[in-house]
Design a protein around this ligand. Structure first.
Ligand SMILES: O=P(O)(O)O[C@H]1[C@H](O)[C@@H](O)[C@H](O)[C@H](O)[C@@H]1OP(=O)(O)O
Length: 925
């Protein structure tokens, strides 16, 4: 096949479009034998005896790797190595990897083109994506040296899976050196030592040994098939770096999208719609109200119905995006995609080094959860919510002020009632069923369940709020005017609404005291307990009599059942259990219905107060909070599932999961200047709201392994499914459905030029207070961790890690108020990793600053944990930034392979956050 350079499509690890990838026409191609979820082919490159076009010119070389699919003529640029400077025998640290999904066969041809780079600053031009069918721009700043090509099958079947190919000039004539292609497999240690590689020591070039022996066995350790259900479109990169004792370590970098980006928002919006529809219905069922309250309710309902319609429209739009797994940074302001997180990816580093077992390091990278469409003119949630609450507290006279805690409590009680009432009804029916089967054991079991649920139900109303809400609703009914003036019981209870209500001093303005018959509520409420006691007594007697023993005691629990009712019933035939229990069950259901009716109405009246103030801002604020939360939750669920799958084999982790919960640490890189203040304010609330989330692991019963969300705005449960085999291996507590909690913390350090402005002329107090508050949360988590984990675990843990010292160090750094103190981020991330937590890195788009930060984190881990040769730190960093997954991330977001920084911006960045020359510039973001 002839190789045509001209028609080459642009470089990038984008896969061939699906039809093209599968379309092998009439040809039969030979698949590469592969381990599931492992890349199909990985190789590294080195050149020897390169001939410079001009004598004595030092060569700065890179190899460009292109692929020719066997059914096609055209060439697809696939990836490049880094530039190796000043040698005729370059040994490239950036390798080539083809992930398991890539359409590659033994017949696939690989072309390797070697270039001499004269001007690094121009080098990115070659890889900016062009409109389809357009010729690539002329190569600027580099000149062609030679090329070689081979078929994948040739490489795989070659002796020691190593090819040494002659590099030829474009006319195919002159040999200008040799290129060596050597297959590598992760998990296999190269025996050879590293040599002859240029280091980055202050411009000085030194030599280390390098001889790669061919790998022998196949690796398949990271076999996590279930992750494939949520992770999509992986981009993989391969590197080899020398260790301080001149051995090689291999690093595979992987970046994947997740379908949870869209799945979670859809689940969540459906849940909001359900919750709001239910609330709207309850508002409608509030019953007759006096004109003031009735008008208020009508107004609220109009707005709430509009809101539900809006959520429904957004859901319809999102549902059209079937199979989508990525929202690009350029779509962050799109209204219909508001709930979807920006640029969400798993960024994974898999290290195989001679010193340690394989190690995985995961970071979820995502745009800061924020309401971009609504904008940041008035700030973000942290400020908006605070302002709203203050105004509501101080200005309302149209409504009764309930504190956010009381409003949340009202929602909780309502939700408990809505869950418990049908449950109790079901258990009551099961009891009747057991009775009709005349089965004593089953009767006892059903009674146990019924008692438990009913006790919970009765307990749910033991709250002063219900009483005061009942009174408030009473006064809001036509003619429901209090006879006595309200006299507050304590400092938080001040006045009661009249029709029209008088102006009130704000705290909780819940009404109290009246001639309204409070005892009636007590009676209704107590009746539920009494009727349960009757049932218990009856069941006891029935079982006792059935066992033949005559009248052994009266069977009452608390002596509260009506003895005449029980006695009159048990005189009936013994076998007629159903008939004897039926009237008691009916009574229980009636009593419960009465309680539910009253409590629901009164608590819905509390919710009406929340909605009544400042419509429609109040609803817009809820929408904003929902949007931000949805973005945060999508990332969290993705992080949780990945963490669970990678740590399933770790008993310590599983124990921590159900006894302490998981720490989830967010690194924010937003500046406290201009719009990003609002973003940070949104993000802080979104992340803090994640406390309301608990996970539950359930066994997958079908191929649908996508998580399911239940609950309501104050409390969500995310059910994560595991296949039977994995589920069985879990600790009992988790299998029994124990809720698994998360502890989110956020540390933010602005690093760009905007942060310089904030530090010089603006205000950094937002960042300072966020860091301080979250430090306290992190410390709290650590304390619980130390208390709840078993002593053996803790003593081993303390031997390995000086968490106390790290926390102290973090605290000092936060207190120090140093400018752009990136040490805070490194310490927080280290603490999180040591505590088995889930790591996140975020900036506005998770594209540029995030890429700098995660690559720095990766190289720092290699240096601190895997003995990366200190002279190679910068080179490793540059390799990752120049040719790694993150430049692909930029490409997939803005169709241009350039970090969106200019020289001036970079001067403001902390040193190690600056990308290598030629990888940044003006980009249309
Ligand atoms: O990924 P980010 O760092 O949020 O991207 C920024 C970039 O840092 C900045 O230099 C540039 O001017 C743009 O504002 C980028 O944000 P976009 O959201 O426009 O990609």
């Amino acid at each position: 096949m002839e190789i045509k350079e001209e028609g080459a499509s642009e470089e990038g690890q984008h896969f061939l479009p699906t039809p093209q990838a599968n379309d092998t026409g009439d040809f039969q191609f030979t698949s590469i034998q592969k381990t599931p979820n492992e890349p199909q082919l990985e190789f590294i490159l080195a050149c020897k005896d390169l001939v410079a076009p001009v004598r004595d010119r030092k060569l700065n070389t890179l190899v460009q790797i292109s692929v020719i699919h066997p059914a096609e003529q055209g060439l697809t640029r696939y990836s490049s190595t880094e530039i190796v400077e000043g040698t005729r025998d370059p040994l490239f640290l950036t390798g080539v990897t083809f992930p398991s999904e890539y359409p590659i066969y033994e017949e696939t041809k690989i072309k390797l083109t070697v270039y001499d780079v004269k001007d690094k600053s121009h080098d990115t031009v070659r890889t900016s994506v062009l409109p389809e069918h357009k010729d690539p721009l002329p190569e600027v700043g580099r000149s062609f040296l030679g090329y070689a090509s081979f078929k994948v099958g040739e490489l795989l079947k070659s002796k020691e899976q190593l090819l040494a190919l002659s590099l030829r000039t474009s006319d195919g004539g002159k040999v200008v050196g040799t290129i060596e292609v050597s297959v590598v497999k992760m998990g296999e240690i190269e025996d050879g030592e590293a040599d002859h590689i240029t280091t980055d020591v202050q411009g000085q070039k030194c030599a280390l040994v390098c001889e790669c022996t061919a790998p022998e066995s196949v690796n398949g350790k990271d076999n996590l098939p279930f992750l494939n259900a949520v992770l999509k479109n992986p981009v993989c990169k391969l590197y080899r770096f020398p260790t301080s004792d001149n051995k090689w370590m291999r690093i595979r970098e992987q970046m994947s999208e997740s379908i949870l980006s869209f799945h979670i928002p859809k689940e969540l919006i459906s849940l909001h719609i359900k919750e709001d529809l239910c609330r709207n219905q309850e508002l409608k069922e509030l019953g007759e109200l006096s004109p003031h309250w009735d008008n208020l309710r009508k107004n609220v309902l109009t707005h709430c119905d509009q809101m539900v319609n809006m959520y429904q429209d957004i859901l319809t739009e999102l549902s059209k995006e079937t199979g989508s797994s990525f929202k690009s940074s350029s779509s962050k302001g799109e209204k219909t995609l508001e709930f979807v997180p920006v640029n969400l990816h798993l960024q994974r580093m898999h290290v195989h080094s001679p010193h340690l077992k394989d190690a995985l390091y995961d970071v979820i990278t995502v745009g800061a959860p924020a309401a971009h469409f609504q904008g940041f003119k008035n700030g973000g949630l942290r400020k908006l919510l605070h302002r709203f609450e203050m105004e509501r507290r101080n200005t309302g006279y149209q409504f009764i002020y309930y504190s956010p805690e009381n409003t949340a409590k009202a929602k909780e009680v309502l939700s408990n009632i809505n869950q418990l009432q049908p449950l109790i009804a079901t258990h009551a029916d099961l009891l009747l069923n057991s009775a009709s089967q005349h089965s004593p054991d089953s009767l006892k079991n059903s009674l146990k369940m019924l008692s438990e649920k009913t006790e919970l139900f009765v307990h749910a109303f033991k709250d002063q709020l219900v009483r005061s809400a009942l009174l408030a609703l009473y006064t809001a009914r036509p003619g429901g005017v209090l006879k006595k003036p309200p006299s507050p019981k304590n400092s938080t209870e001040e006045s009661c609404p009249q029709d029209p209500p008088p102006p009130m001093r704000r705290q909780d303005s819940i009404p109290h005291h009246s001639d309204y018959d409070e005892e009636e509520w007590d009676r209704v409420w107590a009746n539920v307990g009494k009727s349960l006691n009757c049932i218990i007594a009856m069941v006891d007697k029935l079982i006792e009599r059935d066992g033949g023993s005559e009248a052994g005691g009266d069977g009452s629990q608390d002596g509260e059942e009506d003895p005449s009712l029980v006695d009159s019933i048990i005189t009936r035939p013994r076998e007629d259990w159903y008939e004897q229990l039926y009237p008691l069950i009916l009574t229980l259901k009636d009593c419960m219905g009465e309680v539910v009716n009253r409590a629901k109405q009164s608590l819905t009246f509390v919710l009406l107060q929340e909605l009544a103030y400042s419509l429609p801002q109040c609803l817009m604020l809820t929408l904003r909070r929902d949007i931000v939360f949805s973005q945060a939750l999508a990332g969290l669920v993705c992080g949780f599932i990945i963490k669970l799958h990678t740590s399933l084999h770790d008993p310590g982790f599983l124990q921590q999961l159900h006894t302490v919960g998981l720490i989830v640490q967010y690194e924010g890189l937003l500046s406290t200047y201009s719009d990003e203040i609002g973003m940070l304010e949104d993000m802080a609330v979104g992340i803090s709201d994640l406390k309301k989330v608990a996970f539950k692991i359930i066994e997958a019963k079908s191929n649908d392994v996508l998580p399911v969300i239940t609950g309501r705005r104050e409390h969500y449960v995310v059910e994560v499914k595991l296949p039977a085999r994995m589920f069985e291996a879990l600790p009992l507590q988790i299998k029994e459905g124990q809720l698994l909690h998360v502890h989110p913390v956020l540390f933010n350090v602005g690093i760009n030029e905007q942060q310089t402005l904030a530090e010089r002329f603006g205000d950094v107090s937002l960042q300072e207070s966020i860091n301080q508050e979250n430090f306290e949360l992190l410390k709290e988590y650590y304390t619980i961790f130390m208390e709840k984990m078993p002593p053996d675990y803790i003593s081993h843990f303390q031997e390995q890690n000086d968490l106390k010292g790290l926390l102290e160090n973090l605290h000092q750094n936060i207190q120090a108020k140093k400018r752009k103190n990136v040490e805070i981020m490194w310490l927080a991330a280290t603490i999180c990793r040591k505590l088995n937590g889930i790591r996140f890195t975020c900036c506005k788009s998770a594209k540029d600053r995030t890429s700098m930060s995660v690559t720095l984190e990766q190289c720092s881990i290699l240096r601190d944990e895997h003995q990366l040769h200190k002279d190679f730190f910068i080179r490793a960093l540059d390799c990752m930034r120049r040719e790694g997954c993150r430049i692909e991330n930029v490409l997939k977001n803005i169709k241009c392979r350039k970090y969106a920084f200019n020289m001036l911006q970079l001067l403001a960045f902390p040193k190690y956050y600056r990308p290598p020359e030629g990888t940044y510039g003006k980009a249309d973001t």
